[in-house]
Design a protein around this ligand. Structure first.
Ligand code: HEC
Ligand code: HEC
Length: 266
């Protein structure tokens, strides 16, 4: 237990009964404030989104479509970086625009390249500006700066996801998700037809898989994002109140959500 309390989330249990009432009250208030600000803030800013969505584009995806794909990758890179050209043996091979869905797929290919290691973002940019590579973009050009912003945005999202995954594994997986939510949120469970279906501990890497599933679910829409905490604490949830709003577990869930969307709290 003490290990969990060390995770940076303050312990919920009061040490002393005199403060029980005020603490609980204060926690209930801050919880309500949290939910209100969560709803206000998340409707004001687009949630961090990671997956290609047909009905709702993530900021990264629209950036890619508006400023990178046509003007930079299809214009300046594809000529060498497609499967039949001179860079076909490299780790960066794009699809030409006669392929269905090339926009989404090339974004995926580019993200996969940038995710290969911490250095790949810098490598990608240094190649573009001509280091050990033909010079394609001038460092001072608007296009280069745009590409740089894109790389920053893409690699920052990785960091956000990585920190959310490690928090999930340390504080949510065993404490809450595997023990409580899995009762229904599994294939064949009561919540099998929802957007949140988790996998049991028999699956290797179940913690990573489930962390990614919860993150993907929460990133799909503001409603999903809000519902992770709201439903878990019994607001409009067929599964009822799984954890009390002022419980330690609810605190872990809030902390996890605030990692995904830092502007949603405070
Ligand atoms: C004139 C042809 C040409 C153009 C245009 C070109 N590249 Fe390249 N690129 C190459 C070749 C050849 C290689 C393999 C040798 C090397 O690493 O430099 C390469 C390698 C790379 C690599 C390293 C891939 C790996 O295996 O790690 C990256 C990243 C890259 N290019 C990005 C770009 C980007 C981004 C653009 C457009 C802004 C671009 N290139 C435009 C020819 C090109
Ligand atoms: C007793 C069964 C049960 C348990 C336990 C349970 N749920 Fe649910 N949950 C459901 C059912 C059934 C639905 C679908 C109906 C609804 O939205 O309430 C649902 C829906 C949800 C949704 C909305 C899914 C969607 O597709 O929009 C979320 C989010 C959610 N639950 C989170 C949780 C979390 C987090 C836990 C654990 C803290 C949990 N639930 C535990 C039964 C359960």
């Amino acid at each position: 237990m003490s290990g969990l309390l060390d995770m940076g989330v303050p312990p919920v249990l009061p040490n002393n009964n005199d403060h029980l009432h005020t603490r609980t009250h204060r926690q209930a208030m801050s919880k309500i404030l949290f939910i209100v600000s969560l709803i206000m803030l998340t409707s004001a800013c687009v949630p961090t989104s990671y997956e290609a969505l047909p009905e709702q584009q993530s900021p990264l995806e629209s950036f890619w479509q508006k400023s990178i794909s046509t003007d930079i990758t299809q214009y300046s890179c594809i000529v060498c970086h497609h499967s039949e050209s001179i860079a076909s043996e490299t780790d960066y091979v794009l699809l030409q625009n006669n392929v269905d869905d090339y926009l989404d797929k090339n974004l995926e290919i580019t993200l996969a390249y940038l995710e290969k290691s911490e250095q790949h973002g810098q490598l990608f940019l240094s190649k573009s500006r001509g280091l050990d590579h033909t010079q394609v973009l001038n460092v001072e050009s608007d296009k280069y700066l745009t590409l740089q912003s894109f790389v920053e945005m893409a690699t920052q999202q990785d960091e956000i996801r990585a920190s959310a995954i490690s928090y999930y594994k340390a504080s949510l997986s065993d404490n809450l998700m595997q023990t409580q939510c899995l009762a229904c949120h599994v294939e064949e469970g009561l919540a099998a037809s929802t957007g949140l279906v988790l996998t049991d501990a028999n699956t290797a890497n179940h913690q990573d898989i489930n962390a990614n599933r919860v993150i993907n679910f929460a990133s799909l829409s503001n409603t999903n994002f809000d519902n992770v905490l709201l439903k878990a604490t019994g607001f409009d949830h067929a599964g009822g109140e799984v954890v009390a709003s002022d419980s330690e577990e609810a605190g872990f869930l809030m902390a996890f959500l605030s990692l995904l969307n830092p502007s949603s709290t405070q």
